[in-house]
Design a protein around this ligand. Sequence first.
Ligand code: BGC
Length: 718
Amino acid sequence: MKRFLTTIITACVCILSGAQPVPAYLDPTRPIEERIDDALSRMTLEEKVRLCHAQGKFYSNGVPRLGIPGLWSSDGPHGVRYEMQWAGWGHAGWETDSCTAFPSLTCLAATWNEELAYQYGRGVGEEARYRNKQVMLGPGVNIYRTPLCGRNFEYMGEDPLLTSRMCVPYIKGVQSMGVASCVKHFCLNNQETNRMSVNVEVSERALREIYLPAFKAAVEEAGVWSLMGAYNKVRGTHACHNHYTLQEILKGEWGFDGAVLSDWDGTHNAREAAYNGLDIEMGTSNRPDKGINGRQFRFDDSYLGLDFLHALRNGTYPESLLTDKVRRVLRLIFRTSMNGRTDFGNQDFAAHSRIVRQIGSEGVVLLQNNKVGNAPLLPVDAHNYNRILLVGDNANRILSHGGQSSELNPQHETSVLQALTSLYGDKLTYAQGYSTDERQNSLLLDEAVRLAHQADLIIYVGGLNKEGGQDCEGSDRKDMSLPYSQDKLIEALLNVNPRMITVLMSGNAVALPHVSRMPAILHAWYLGSDAGDIIADIISGVVCPSGKLPFTYPLRLADSPAHAFSAEAYPGVDGTEIYKEDILVGYRWYDTKKMQVLFPFGYGLSYTTFSISGVKLTGGRTVTATISNTGNRAGKEVVQLYIGDDKASVLRPLKELKHFKKVSLEPGETQTVSFTIDDADLKFYDEAAHSWRLEPGTFTAYVGTSSRDIQGKVKIKV
Ligand code: BGC
């Protein structure tokens, strides 16, 4: 009634003053659904169809006649990508498209700090808005199933709870700027090998317990506005137009009201695209003479383009299919470019660098810090050294470049070489040590070894990089070894001087055959714009490391669940891959099978020490624990709570992460943390009943600082 009166009054004022009333769809103060109804009532069939497919590589249509702008999208997820060509995959060649490179999402996950995830998303959202992007293609929340997956660095590790907890604030941060997150790749895109075609067969239970929770949290908790389908097939049908995952689960069970975008060129079937939940088709031309270069690309030739229009006109499809898609696309436009906001976002590189630095500082994981002489090698007291040798290609490489779609054009990226040069001045010498061109490696090794003889400390910066076949979209690694003969180099350097700090830049676990001889190891991900400074702060002790692994380092590839079976389980045979490890992904596998690992999930050392005591049940379902900083400097620790079902009618993992909290403690300080266990923490997915089930009995809550460092347990009876 109130709305009706407002409309009448507005109309009267307009008539009396001679002005045209503002149509409802243009009025951001009106409820979105009303605006959608109004816009729909004014649109032709052709205009509606044009909303459902791309009109450029990263642009999809609006309704120009009505002044409704189209949607600009950009990768994602670590910052706003280069401006791209209209129809090709090349860079547009702009000079104004630099950005802040945020640390890789794996690093964000390693912070175990939800507040930082919000800051990250907010920063990306501010830059996206400044660059006029309405849809940011990320975050990636696919689960780390194999250490070989080329895109693991874009995801958040092997655990569904950690991924969920971290992606929700990230999405909220992006969307707080009126920019949509596009959570991807839905679903089961867990490898790059044959990603465009591989058919994934997975049990319903593993789907629900491992692979879907983060997407569900993105929809139900973060209210994400868009989602991208994956390239692969799920149980026989491509994920971009899969009735079960998109229509039944996403839009049905979870009530997703946003728009589903296809991955670029991920649409393969007109009828499925029409019926099975795809709303905006990106990247495809379905004509055999596919012109994808320059302006030859005929975007109207998409499955949801002219063919769709003809099929709607001749009655092959009911118009209700189209209406649902158009409502979703309009909703996305009204939530973003037509949301009535007048702010421009911001590209405050200095402010965003501070966020990068904080995330990197809390994400780098100290894997090993053994004593050499009578003290641990880290942090480095420069007074103790006269000649420091820095070795490694990654110490002097811009790692925000490469990796394909997540590539960035950072406004600045400090290298480790730059940062350590300003820290150590003349004391520092640099040797490249290895190169991506294998032919140079024996000469580079000789040079590094020669210089190592004169050094009293070596800092080695290696790992993977963003070249194809490493941490890069489009292919998986062949094995877990460090590339470019690095093991040989590491061994040769250790032979000369065991005082060596190793910094691994990598989005994945790597094989470390010389690990027992490597006194200090940092897992440093890809740290973005302030990479060098972050590493310098940790090496010099300005920052006390507090990152925790979001995945397990297995002892060998064959130990890891996806590789413990035949090729059917990875990378698939005859186009199909069966997830034979089922629900036992990551630590769920190693723990349940009682296997040794190199570095466990949730693990990471500090320059101080912590202890957890007094783990007890207070009230029926609240677990409390006391954590103390027992060392002599301030630091942060993550208290982790895992739950195991003592006896169940189905196989359950020994334990599963259900809660965590990162705490900051001064030396000697103590804090009590408490977690409330709810039914959802105890349930498993019952395939027969097609629902979550709580089985009465006794459960164990394990409290510790990693999946293997459990410092207290309590029993919970249900
Ligand atoms: C990737 C997506 C990306 C899209 C656009 C695809 O190849 O799988 O993650 O967002 O390209 O660059």
